[in-house]
Design a protein around this ligand. Structure first.
Ligand code: NAP
Ligand code: MN
Length: 266
């Protein structure tokens, strides 16, 4: 890690947090890390907060592939993207001084709207009706018209996002060693006119999922990219693929994905 010592701390700048984090900033300097003010100068990006803060840290720093990301929890819990408690300095010193740290890579999604603007997601892309009426979309897997969906919406989750929104809509938990995306329904209407698969399905890394909106029937949907919402009129098509970008985090002794699942849910 000798030549990768520029650290950017991402946080909400609250005075409470700054007080909590001061010992960590000092520790980093003491171990030869240099705190940078601009994330573009960083090789290491540390998020202070919870999982939500980690998702924000990625978005605000543009999902950098050439950086190592680390999540430091400022509450009493370690969630899925946080591997350190802010007070556990010995574990951080261990990581800072270990020359042989391994890296863990997490798949991300790329979401294209109307074949133009493109966004990345680490947890999921969610597409939801913005009004109380159901909305309709045609679902394509590659070029195959798979189903016509009518209901509240859909969640398209990464493996690491499978423990978040995806889990609340009864999706399966997926090992991040499998590069794939999982598609789950939110309250689909099923009757003699509308029929959907009804269960979640998992698409391989070379597939494209396209959601085409019916312009006459729909009000515009709310599109969630992790924890940011986008509400756009005139969305005709949402295209989701597994992106080429993988997010790098630290591989520590105690932080395998299934250890995290166990400590969070069991
Ligand atoms: P939030 O509404 O404050 O938090 C949702 C909860 O999900 C928090 O406890 C958060 O942990 C946790 N979380 C985030 N990513 C996770 C992951 N990969 N695995 C397990 N738990 C995870 O919003 P937020 O903190 O900004 O997080 C955004 C995420 O919330 C979205 O990406 C979506 O997955 C999820 N969400 C879930 C539902 C639902 O389950 N019905 C609805 C909307 C959004 P922290 O407390 O550590 O932040
Ligand atoms: Mn949160």
């Amino acid at each position: 890690m000798q030549e990768r010592r520029n650290v950017y701390f991402h946080h909400n700048h609250s005075s409470d947090l700054l007080t909590k984090a001061q010992p960590l900033f000092e520790l980093a300097e003491r171990y030869g890390f240099h705190q940078v003010k601009d994330h573009q100068d960083a090789n290491i990006i540390v998020s202070l907060g919870g999982d939500g803060a980690f998702l924000q840290a990625l978005r605000k720093t543009d999902f950098r592939e050439d950086c190592l990301y680390a999540g430091v929890s400022t509450s009493g819990n370690l969630n899925m993207y946080c591997d350190f408690y802010i007070n556990d300095t010995s574990k951080m010193i261990d990581a800072m001084t270990n020359e042989n740290l391994e890296v863990r890579r997490y798949p991300t999604l790329e979401v294209k709207l109307n074949e133009e603007s493109s966004f990345f997601c680490l947890n999921e892309c969610s597409v939801r009706s913005s009004i109380i009426k159901t909305f309709v979309m045609d679902v394509f897997i590659d070029e195959l018209h798979f189903e016509t969906f009518r209901g509240d919406g859909m969640v398209i989750a990464t493996p690491t996002g499978s423990t978040a929104y995806n889990k609340s809509v009864n999706g399966a938990i997926v090992d991040p060693l499998l590069p794939c995306m999982q598609v789950s329904e939110m309250a689909s209407l099923n009757n003699n006119t509308y029929r959907t698969l009804g269960s979640s399905f998992i698409l391989g890394s070379n597939r494209t999922l396209s959601l085409r909106m019916n312009q006459e029937l729909n009000n515009y949907p709310i599109i969630g990219m992790d924890n940011e919402a986008l509400s756009m009129k005139h969305i005709e098509e949402i295209e989701v693929t597994l992106s080429g970008k993988q997010i790098k985090t630290l591989k520590l002794k105690d932080n395998s994905f299934w250890e995290k699942v166990k400590r969070t849910f069991l």
